[in-house]
Design a protein around this ligand. Structure first.
Ligand code: MG
Length: 310
């Protein structure tokens, strides 16, 4: 099995959006720009930077237009792919004004989750996505999609594989370049991960998918290794493990980028990420949030550094 591991992997950093969105402490626009620049300096080539949601819905993301306009002016980010999450057509129009070139859209395999999270049934959400993607493609934007609750739903429990296939097929037919499969509540286990990838393999090219794991129950790295063994090479993660879990108060959410970087680099798999610079970026933002990291590797890295310098 080990012989089949890839030489390199691709990491999509989602901390500035998926991470910060779930943090209560509001980070200033200036600090968000610094954080994103530090992530790029650490080697992150693809960063989910922000979202264009209704201001009253997620205050942390209320500076979408201003933030993105500021990022566009940064020469050091000219080669970084910045992605914006778009919930509706109004959000897309604002994103176009701000100069966004790549967007992400989101739906789920659970009808109840969609109704609760985005106030639409799965079919209604797909219709919404149809109009967003059509307009985005007309404007020359690239689109990525998330499917949430692939491994379990906080309301429905187990979710349907047939529904996963239907939703993924629909998104593929729209021409999104990638679908990220989300373990929204962090309940996936490695065996289930392998079964789902095996199931999808029959109908889709595997490089159509990225894996988006949460570390809520400490299974993030195990699930990534299982995905890797099945041939997956694209992973979403969040610097320092930013972002809690709205379905388990006090628990962690997104798997930490530092944990991925250690996992991959210690097995000789290339990530293109500089651990020292990544640790600096995570420390910077965690300091602004006045909180510690949920990443075991970042904690160990910072502790060993403090020891050698004292
Ligand atoms: Mg997430």
């Amino acid at each position: 099995m080990l012989g089949h591991l890839p030489k390199k992997v691709r990491i999509v950093e989602v901390g500035p959006r998926d991470g910060l969105q779930n943090e209560k402490t509001i980070v200033s626009l200036e600090d968000k720009v610094i954080f994103i620049k530090m992530l790029a300096a650490a080697g992150m080539k693809e960063i989910e930077a922000n979202s264009f949601v209704r201001v009253e819905k997620i205050p942390q993301m209320s500076d979408g237009i201003e933030l993105f306009s500021s990022l566009k002016k940064e020469a050091t980010l000219s080669k970084t792919k910045l992605i914006s999450l778009i919930p509706n057509l109004i959000g897309l129009e604002n994103a176009l004004k701000a100069g966004v070139t790549e967007i992400a859209v989101v739906t789920a395999t659970s009808n109840t989750f969609n109704e609760t999270n985005i106030n639409a049934t799965t079919d209604e959400s797909l219709k919404r996505i149809d109009t967003i993607v059509a307009r985005a493609h007309k404007e020359g934007l690239k689109t990525r999609a998330y499917i949430s609750t692939v491994f379990g739903c906080p309301y429905e429990g187990k979710t349907s594989l047939a529904e996963l296939k239907r939703v993924a097929n629909h998104l593929e037919s729209l021409g999104v370049y990638e679908v990220s499969l989300g373990d929204t509540i962090g309940v996936a286990n490695p065996l289930q991960v392998k079964e789902i990838i095996q199931f999808l393999k029959a109908d889709f090219p595997l490089d159509f998918f990225a894996m988006h794991f949460h570390d809520t129950r400490g299974m993030g790295v195990a699930n990534i290794l299982a995905s890797l063994e099945m041939g997956m090479t694209s992973f979403d993660s969040s610097a320092g493990g930013l972002g809690g879990c709205p379905y388990a108060k006090g628990a962690s959410g997104n798997v930490a980028t530092e944990d991925l970087v250690f996992l991959f680099s210690s097995m000789g798999i290339e990530t293109g990420i500089d651990m020292e610079k990544l640790a600096q970026a995570s420390s910077f933002i965690l300091d602004k949030l006045s909180k510690g990291s949920t990443s075991k590797n970042l904690t160990a890295y910072l502790a060993s550094k403090a020891q050698t310098s004292s």
